[in-house]
Design a protein around this ligand. Structure first.
Ligand SMILES: Cc1cc2nc3c(=O)[nH]c(=O)nc-3n(C[C@H](O)[C@H](O)[C@H](O)COP(=O)(O)O)c2cc1C
Length: 203
């Protein structure tokens, strides 16, 4: 089949989000200027640069109270955010924090998670997650939007601090098998990393 995204695809559900897969899930904690803490998952999320390490996530659609989603507006207003890694054990808690809730609701409390202080930024980390990337907002980019009143923007942040649970370090390397990161497949489907193979480069 072939379709142009502005035309009907003829399928039961839009296939786009199931084509670029698996997508890592950035479980992003932020804080608003009043100090309210927020936590939500974003799968339009990735590392985009290594030196320096830079993360991105993209927030589309609007908050139930109007305007941009909390994670985007908080990251910009506070200038900081934390990317927490979603693992198999945390999959249900992660999903709970995606609920559309009033701006001041603390999703840590709502999902039974423990906030712990970050070292270099104000938003807290998810204690139950084994990896946290403390980020400083670098740039926001407005993308085109098809839906009036629904902002669509990418937020970039430079990683300024990295926490790794010592339990997932084995022989000086990250033990991905014990980490079991969860990634999104589109629709309501997910996968967790279980099969790993090694392939050295030719040179
Ligand atoms: C696995 C998963 C991935 C998601 N990825 C995105 C995303 O990339 N962009 C987005 O705008 N919303 C995404 N959502 C929906 C947001 O998590 C949801 O709108 C949430 O209520 C936003 O919360 P906030 O306003 O506190 O930021 C995702 C939801 C789930 C469950």
């Amino acid at each position: 089949m072939f379709y142009e995204p502005t035309n009907p695809h003829g399928l039961a559900h839009d296939p786009f989000k199931s084509l670029i897969i698996p997508r890592p899930i950035g479980w992003i904690s932020t804080m608003d200027p009043q100090g309210n803490v927020n936590l939500a998952p974003y799968s339009f999320f990735n590392a985009v640069s290594f030196r320096p390490p830079i993360m991105m996530f993209s927030a589309g659609g609007r908050h139930i109270e109007g305007g941009a989603k909390d994670t985007a507006s908080n990251a910009e207003a506070c200038g900081e955010f934390v990317c927490n890694l979603t693992t198999w054990d945390l999959r249900e808690a992660m999903n709970k924090t995606s609920a559309s809730l009033p701006r001041t609701t603390n999703e840590f409390a709502q999902a039974g998670l423990t906030p712990i202080p970050s070292r270099l930024v104000r938003p807290p980390r998810v204690a139950e997650s084994p990896v946290h990337l403390e980020c400083r907002h670098y740039l926001s980019l407005n993308l085109p939007t098809w839906d009036e009143g629904e902002p669509n923007r990418v937020i970039f942040g430079e990683v300024v601090g990295i926490h790794i649970d010592d339990a997932i370090i084995k022989d000086g390397m990250i033990d991905v098998a014990s980490l079991r990161p969860v990634a999104r497949l589109g629709y309501f489907d997910y996968t967790s990393v279980e099969g790993i193979f090694t392939m050295p480069r030719p040179d």
